[in-house]
Ligand binder design. Structure first.
Ligand SMILES: C[S@@+](CC[C@H](N)C(=O)[O-])C[C@H]1O[C@@H](n2cnc3c(N)ncnc32)[C@H](O)[C@@H]1O
Length: 277
């Protein structure tokens, strides 16, 4: 029963937005890189682009203390509503939450000392425009800190996906799978993007983490996979063939888990810091 293929996720449903609190278990790996390397100074004006439910915005606010002022920007209304409720609970007077698009920021030029974005850049429809806006709203000498997952993530899954396609004779879908894999961008790609937007890249930290799943059935129904990855994977093969392909993927992943004891998916990630000259 491929129940996960029949769920439709309404991101405008506040209850769905609330579940993204738990997705900070995914974001937290990137957030750890962010909180480890983000510059801490007094009186910083900070912008978090793509703040979602407020991670790591609130954590950064707690770390930076009352002299900092932080603004979270996101176009996703229910997530921002969730962040508003948390802001009230925290009683944070030095945080603003702004509904808006990073590609057209509702801010004057040269407003911020620091811009952060945790697992944002892969999710922006127009990352170049968002970076151009980041450059515009940063003060001269201001810094930008981004984290992202990069190409190579969950390569164990993509190997199984490719093998399943080959076994089923769907070789024609392999180029689309390659494009899906490359879509995440590389470390070099992110650095080049920042440089092309006028930033001098001053620090790059690469790391990885491992996601564990009991078997293929658990992986394909994991909430992060359902809301964050499944649509992209389905787009590789199209509706007509997805039942057969996902059945084979699930079976192969479960065989692999039986062989290894569990499924392990590696997620390479990067923290990049840049400076506006
Ligand atoms: C993977 S989530 C990360 C959320 C949060 N920073 C975290 O670490 O959990 C990506 C976020 O980027 C936001 N986003 C997508 N497009 C955006 C845009 N054009 N401008 C600003 N935020 C955007 C999404 O709404 C979502 O909240």
């Amino acid at each position: 029963m491929q129940d996960y293929l029949h769920r439709s996720i309404d991101l405008d449903d506040p209850a769905i937005a609330d579940t993204f609190d738990e997705l900070s278990l995914w974001s937290s790996h990137f957030g750890r890189l962010m909180v480890t390397h983000v510059p801490l100074k007094h009186h910083q004006k900070v912008l978090d682009v793509g703040c979602g439910n407020g991670f790591p915005l609130f954590e950064l606010a707690h770390m930076m203390g009352p002299t900092a002022h932080l603004t979270g920007l996101d176009p996703w209304e229910p997530a921002l509503a969730r962040a508003q409720r948390k802001k009230a609970a925290y009683g944070s007077a030095n945080i603003d939450l702004v509904l808006g698009d990073g590609a057209e920021m509702p801010f004057d030029a040269a407003q911020f000392d620091l811009i952060v974005s945790n697992v944002g850049i892969n999710n922006f429809a127009d990352p170049e425009k968002v970076l151009a806006e980041c450059h515009r709203v940063l003060k001269p000498g201001g810094q930008i800190c981004m984290t992202s997952n990069v190409a190579g993530h969950m390569e164990e899954f993509y190997e199984v996906f490719a093998d399943a396609l080959k076994e089923l004779g769907f070789h024609d879908f392999l180029p689309a799978l390659e494009r899906q894999i490359a879509h995440r961008g590389s470390v070099e790609g992110i650095i080049l993007r920042l440089e092309a937007s006028g930033f001098e890249v001053t620090q790059v930290v690469e790391d990885h983490f491992v996601m564990r799943f009991l078997d293929g059935s658990a992986l394909l129904r994991h909430w992060l996979v359902v809301v964050g990855f499944l649509d992209g994977w389905r787009s590789v093969i199209g509706k007509k063939n997805e039942t057969a392909v996902f059945a084979r993927i699930e079976e192969k992943l479960t065989q692999l888990a039986e062989h290894q004891g569990e499924l392990k998916m590696t997620v390479p990630m990067v923290f990049v810091k840049g400076k506006k000259g």
